[in-house]
Design a protein around this ligand. Sequence first.
Ligand code: DGL
Length: 284
Amino acid sequence: MTATSNSINNGRLHRDAPIGVFDSGVGGLTVVREIMRQIPNEKIIYFGDTARVPYGSKSRETVTRFSRQIVRFLETFQVKTIVVACNTASAYALDILEQTSDIPMIGVVKPGARMAAEVTKNGRIGVIATEATIGSQIYAEYIRKLNKNVAIYGKACPLFVPLVEEGLLEDPVTDEIARRYLTELIDIDIDTLILGCTHYPLIRSTLGRIMGSGVTLVNPAYETARELRGMLERTGMLNEEPPRLGGNRYQFYVSDKADKFVTFANSIIKYGILSAKTIPIEQY
Ligand code: DGL
């Protein structure tokens, strides 16, 4: 997270400006849902890269290029901060995004890592995420900075994202695949499991049931919204007044079909999303 004083104070960023949030698809909506709950006065511009999902099996270069295009798109709205609501993009691209934009940014990895380091009692933490996030070792790196005495076990779960994107949130197929992925983490006796992909909170009840009540599930979406609030408060950028009615409080953009996204978004965000717009993101 970088809230540089020059970017806050040079007058270009305004308290009542929207917050930009992006993900490879619908997963970032779990972060949007938390922002809506925890800081309800904020306006949000969401972008889901539904034409190019998944990011988790792509290279660092590709994910970085996609993320930079999205940041340029969000910059056109004069957003006051950008939430990289995708663990894969946070792992691969956040550093470079911060270096190439003067808009303050927050990713989802650090907040989740911090919470896991705090809640573990037996020092055995599991991380489930995309192949990219697990391969980057980013969670292990952050957690060890906070607590050297923990063991971290990563498990890539590549089938979860397509299952979620297909809406199979409560389904025997999801159940079976989750069992296969999680068995080894159960055997290792972890007491904390980080849902290291923003899609995964959408299958939280399945994951919780399989892991059992002795394992605390850490949802980085919740922690990220909490840190975002703190960051906006510290920099005097928290919107204290509710936005005016009709002020397009929440706007949703995607790179593929909008109707499918709207149906899905309405099933998890109870606000009532009326529309989403498809934009040619590769032109940014
Ligand atoms: N939701 C994303 C994440 O948090 C990416 C999933 C994907 O596109 O593979 O990693």
